[in-house]
Design a protein around this ligand. Structure first.
Ligand code: ADP
Ligand code: ZN
Length: 752
């Protein structure tokens, strides 16, 4: 570490410290690296990656050693107070290089990266134990039990206990009450002990029935062979597996995972937030076995601690999880899979480090000699471009597995539908098709990417539209509890009966969101069983699971959902997929709007006809000519890519050049504006190739009463961009008042 911060400002004329010192970073809002003395009692124990308890800025917290060195340029170092041995230390060390890269590339203080591993609650969490009993070997005891009637009732004798059992098992197997167990312990028949158990998030056991042997298709086998060759040979380029929906990418992943495990190496499998469903976990468990640990975002600290512990100790050799699983402290990783690599949830957009787990996966693979496989039916423009230029190796699966065929797609122009006097959100064609499929007892998935009941409240007299008092967005009407809700800050109020501005009663809830669509479908198909899946119906833990299970069991005809239903789901009985409004995201002020729409449509279309039954997809849209819609209609990724890559090149958007967003947030808009303008001027006058868009108010110009101002930097290469951003970061510390903050988002995904 180059920079160490001064601990003691008044001691400049004292000689520098000469003993062993540790450079320590902190997982909290204390940037920079501080030097500490290693006291003799910890000599030889302090290594890079070790959590240490120290005093910094008058408080005592846990930090992580980045480096041990002879002496420090600073005199009179404070001592390390406490250390935490065996806490994933070695693994932290192997991740240090990756963390350093992330901190540099994503402009984040290094210590922040340790937060998930070294927070106070994780460090102090004790392993969970249960009381168990084993047979302690006294004949006397067995006889007593027998005479107490246990043997007489045909129960086995206690010396049949081989592995320790719980009190509950003693009760069910031997009929022992707690008081009898107590007596037997006193007599030395049973011995009581504590056993550490894993707070397992894996309520889902191994579905052995699912572990049918699969024979890979020729195409699948070819993919496996190419990647497998590089599991043992580090240093190769990453693979991009472009495989259409239903082509059997999952079996390629599981086969590769088995190979890596057999070679004694660890496996990391990343899936998007939204598709880490029990269905996915079960599929992997069935194939790979229960050596798979699961990491997801709703885990408790205890569960996270235990999962990490299982990984570090090597009891579990594979991890499946959302983006943070990429940072799993695992040694000797041989394979990293990023499924649905195009998915935006791999990018952490809301807090530091604002990293993209897909890109960090490529970096980790490079650093640790692991084969990296990025897979998707709709690869991101960036990744496919990398495959074109030879930076990645391309693997292709362009047929569905077995006899399954891609579904037919029909596009319905909703403007024409309105002209012919159908003003509802469902076209006549889709209604007809739904009726047929329900009659045939097939299942239907409908996508409407809008929460709530309707999108805006409009007053027809004065034109007033009801916006959030805290944010620059419209409130959404939720009919179930007659409220208006803000989907940004959570603000809620009772739905008005008259216009809050002019008092008029001609108010209208306009636009169809998912609750209104549900009502409409119930009217049209009163006999159909409908499941709705959106943020509002899945708030309860496990709700997500039970909805999908019920649908899988055939407990419903229609699954109506937001984008949650678009990805990864595999239901053989689904023959019809309807997209109610393909345009919802198309006109977003975001250079990826078209790409996202294409991906969403292709992914949801991929839910239909995944087995023997033929599928059909109906896309309703107001923009039937849009390339994103047209190419999705013909499942033509390559043409969409060809079209979109031209736009990117013309406008110098990724993959042509690097992008970073700088957002200033705070209570005082003029301050933010002045700060960003100053940064922009400095950039434009400087000797560099960076282009600046803005500064301007962010699309979401106010969230929860915080103003947001932003600018976008475009640069042909990452190095000058990194330097420019580092400067902005420095200026922000100097210029921005403490109530404001400056956010730097490298390779941004969220452009709002
Ligand atoms: P993808 O992830 O590419 O969309 P899946 O891996 O979900 O595709 O595969 C689609 C369907 O085909 C699944 O039901 C899967 O079990 C089946 N399948 C794929 N490959 C095989 C295989 N080699 N043997 C048997 N079934 C397969
Ligand atoms: Zn709000």
């Amino acid at each position: 570490m180059k920079t160490a911060e001064r601990q003691n400002k008044n001691s400049t004329n004292v000689a520098p410290y000469a003993g062993l010192a540790a450079a320590v970073a902190f997982p909290v809002a204390i940037p920079g690296v501080y030097d500490y003395a290693i006291p003799p009692r910890f000599a030889g124990k302090v290594t890079a990656g070790l959590p240490v308890f120290v005093e910094v800025r008058k408080s005592r917290i846990w930090g992580v050693v980045l480096e041990v060195k002879e002496g420090s340029e600073f005199p009179e170092l404070k001592e390390i107070l406490e250390i935490k041995e065996g806490h994933w230390t070695d693994s932290n060390r192997s991740l240090l290089k990756l963390y350093e890269w992330m901190a540099r590339y994503y402009q984040c203080p290094l210590g922040r990266l340790f937060k998930p591993l070294v927070s106070k609650s994780i460090i102090n969490k004790k392993p969970k134990t249960v009381t168990v009993y084993r047979y302690a070997g006294s004949d006397d005891g067995i006889n007593r039990i027998d005479s107490a009637g246990a043997g007489a009732a045909g129960r086995p004798a206690l010396d049949t206990i081989t592995a320790p059992v719980t009190a509950a098992e003693l009760k069910s197997r031997f009929g022992l009450t707690p008081s009898k167990i107590g007596t037997l312990c006193k007599k030395g028949v049973l011995a009581k002990e504590q056993k550490t158990v894993c707070r397992d998030t894996n309520e889902f056991g191994v579905d052995v029935a699912g572990a049918a042997r699969v024979t890979l298709s020729v195409g699948q086998q070819a993919c496996v062979d190419r990647v497998a060759a590089s599991i043992g040979a580090p240093g190769g380029k990453p693979f991009l597996l472009y495989g259409i929906t239903g082509s059997g990418k999952t079996h390629v992943y599981t086969e590769l995972a088995k190979r890596a495990l057999a070679a004694g190496r660890g496996v990391i499998i990343l899936v998007p937030e939204i598709s880490l469903t029990p269905q996915t976990i079960l599929r992997f468990r069935a194939e790979i076995g229960d050596t798979v640990a699961v990491i997801h975002s709703r885990m408790s600290d205890g569960e996270r601690r235990d999962s990490l512990q299982e990984i570090v100790t090597g009891r579990r050799r594979a991890v499946i999880g959302v983006r943070s699983a990429l940072l799993a402290p695992m040694e000797n990783v041989g394979l990293i899979v990023v499924d649905e690599e195009h998915d935006g949830s791999y990018k952490q957009s809301d807090t530091d480090p604002r990293y993209n787990a897909r890109d960090a996966a490529v970096m980790r693979g490079l650093m640790q000699g692991a084969a990296v496989v990025l897979g998707s039916a709709t690869p991101s423009l960036e990744s496919y471009y990398n495959a074109q230029t030879g930076k990645y190796r391309l693997l292709t699966l362009n047929e569905r597995f077995g006899t399954a065929r891609l579904p037919d797609v029909r596009v319905v122009d909703m403007a024409a539908e309105h002209r012919e006097n159908n003003w509802t959100a469902i076209s006549r064609y889709l209604v007809t098709r739904m009726g047929e499929e329900i009659r045939d007892r097939h299942q239907i998935i409908l996508l409407l990417n809008r929460r709530g009941f309707s999108t805006v409240l409009l007053c027809k007299s004065c034109g007033y539209s009801h916006t959030c008092p805290n944010c620059s967005v419209n409130l959404r009407f939720h009919k179930s509890d007659t409220t208006m809700k803000c989907h940004q800050c959570g603000h809620e109020e009772g739905a008005p009966r008259c216009c809050p501005k002019c008092g008029g009663i001609k108010i209208k809830y306009q636009g169809t969101a998912i609750q209104k669509a549900e009502e409409l479908i119930r009217e049209k198909f009163p006999e159909a069983r409908i499941l709705r899946m959106d943020q509002d119906t899945t708030r309860r833990k496990g709700a997500h699971l039970s909805i999908l299970e019920e649908f899988e069991r055939g407990g419903a005809d229609i699954l109506l959902g937001t984008q949650m239903v678009a990805k990864g789901l595999n239901f053989p009985n689904v023959t019809l997929v309807g997209v109610l409004q393909a345009d919802t995201g198309l006109h977003f002020p975001d250079f990826r709007a078209s790409e996202r729409t294409f991906q969403l449509l292709t992914q949801v279309a991929g839910r239909a006809g995944r087995a023997e039954l033929r599928g059909e997809v109906v896309i309703q849209t107001y923009s039937p000519g849009e390339p994103a819609v047209n190419y999705a209609m013909t499942h033509d990724y390559l043409s969409f890519y060809g079209y979109e890559i031209k736009n990117r090149r013309e406008l110098s958007y990724p993959p042509f050049g690097k992008l970073a967003r700088v957002i200033a947030e705070g209570p005082d808009e003029p301050v933010l504006r002045a700060f960003l303008h100053k940064c922009a001027r400095a950039l434009l006058s400087g000797d560099n190739s960076i282009r600046v868009l803005g500064p301007a108010p962010a699309v979401l110009s106010k969230i929860d009463n915080v103003y947001r101002y932003s600018m976008l930097l475009k640069s042909p290469s990452p190095v000058p961009l990194g330097e420019a951003l580092a400067n902005i970061r420095k200026n922000a510390q100097a210029d921005l008042p403490s109530a404001c903050r400056c956010i730097i988002d490298v390779d941004p995904v969220n452009m709002l």
